[in-house]
Design a binder for this molecule. Structure first.
Ligand code: SAH
Length: 340
């Protein structure tokens, strides 16, 4: 079965060439509005033919949790019954959707719940587009856009699903579709250096974020297996190339872990590491995933950021949202898999 949301409008017109062209537009609008076949105003026989060959809505809401702060966490069910997560965050500059790019993740970062059960499969571009459509429809009128920003910071490593993520970027920014501005999209990677070079050449105006989480390769290797493959200096070189191609500021994510990466030396090394780069450091308080790694206190995190700022490093502490509803990467999914 093919997924209809994997196609752009132009591709749909070709794919559904047996139907009149305006039917393709109807199907396309139904995709954006997260409609079912039953809501499609098409002749019965056309719907039956479509149903036999295609999936219109590859993502359904399975469960919704609402936080005291308004954050909504979704468990979404795919057509093969796999479960993914998505978070809808209320922010004063526009609401943000945080979405997954894979079912699970194979990167093995020690602090992250998404990777606990490995990677089941990649999401298709259409499944990612429909994720946005479903969550959008659940937060206002389905024919309006109820979000401003999208961050690829849910489960999965976007650059481990490179082709589908690039296709999704084309779909989500398409003027005929959601028409999201590239500037309002952030992609977070654990630092697949080869893919950073490839991606740089595509010249998307998005914000590239790199999960750094350590200031030496030795420390990084203890928490992120990918550090055995690429060194921090290779990541920095790739980012210099990226900035050269796109002139965009990159973001380092730095999740503070007690007694692992929060020393005075780490602050000095962060200063050194970022000094020739157009970048910002986003410090995050670890959301403990049940493993041995411990969070710092909020006050320690504030002091860490202040020390960076005093050295002239652009850095802020990420606001924590939805922690009462298992808001961090993969936590809700991991819990649900365990229960079932
Ligand atoms: N695979 C990508 C994107 C997913 S993770 C990446 O590694 O960047 C999105 C961000 O959340 C990353 O910076 C990740 O390191 C961070 N993160 C994962 N688990 C976390 C936890 N338990 N507490 C705080 N941040 C976490």
């Amino acid at each position: 079965m093919k997924i209809l949301s994997d196609f752009s409008l132009d591709e749909l017109k070709k794919e559904l060439a047996d139907l009149p062209a305006f039917r393709a537009k109807q199907v396309f609008d139904a995709i954006l509005q997260a409609k079912d076949f039953s809501e499609l105003k098409l002749p019965k026989k056309d719907i039956e033919t479509l149903k036999q060959n295609y999936i219109l809505k590859p993502v359904e809401i399975f469960k919704t949790l609402k936080s005291r702060d308004g954050t909504k966490k979704y468990l979404l069910k795919l057509s093969d019954n796999n479960i993914i997560e998505c978070v809808y965050l209320l922010q004063n500059y526009g609401n943000t959707i945080c979405m997954s790019t894979q079912v699970g993740c194979k990167m093995g970062c020690k602090f992250c719940a998404s990777t606990l059960n490995g990677c089941v499969r990649n999401l298709t571009a259409g499944e990612m587009l429909s994720t946005i459509a479903v969550v959008n429809a659940d937060n206002g009128k389905c024919n309006e856009r109820n979000f401003t920003n999208i961050v690829l910071m849910g489960s999965g490593e976007p650059f481990d699903n490179y082709d589908n993520v690039v296709k999704w970027l084309q779909l989500i920014t398409d003027k005929a579709g959601f028409n999201v501005s590239e500037r309002n999209i952030s992609l977070s990677t654990c630092g697949l250096v080869d893919k950073i070079y490839d991606f740089a050449k595509l010249n998307f105006n998005i914000t590239l974020c790199v999960s750094l989480h350590a200031t030496t390769d030795e420390i990084r290797k203890t928490i992120m297996p990918i550090a055995n493959r690429y060194s921090i200096s290779e990541i920095v070189d790739a980012l210099k190339f990226y900035i050269g191609e796109n002139n965009r500021r990159v973001v380092f994510e730095y999740c503070l872990i007690k007694d692992v990466n929060n020393s005075k030396q780490d602050i000095l090394r962060l200063k050194e590491l970022t000094k020739d780069l157009k970048c910002h450091v986003n410090v995050i308080c670890l959301n403990p995933n049940g493993g041995p790694l411990k969070a710092t206190t909020r006050a320690e995190a504030v002091a860490f950021v202040k020390a960076l700022n005093d050295l002239g490093v652009s850095a802020t502490l990420r606001r924590s949202q939805g922690s009462d509803i298992e808001g961090a990467c993969g936590m809700l999914r991991a819990k649900t898999l365990k229960q079932n």
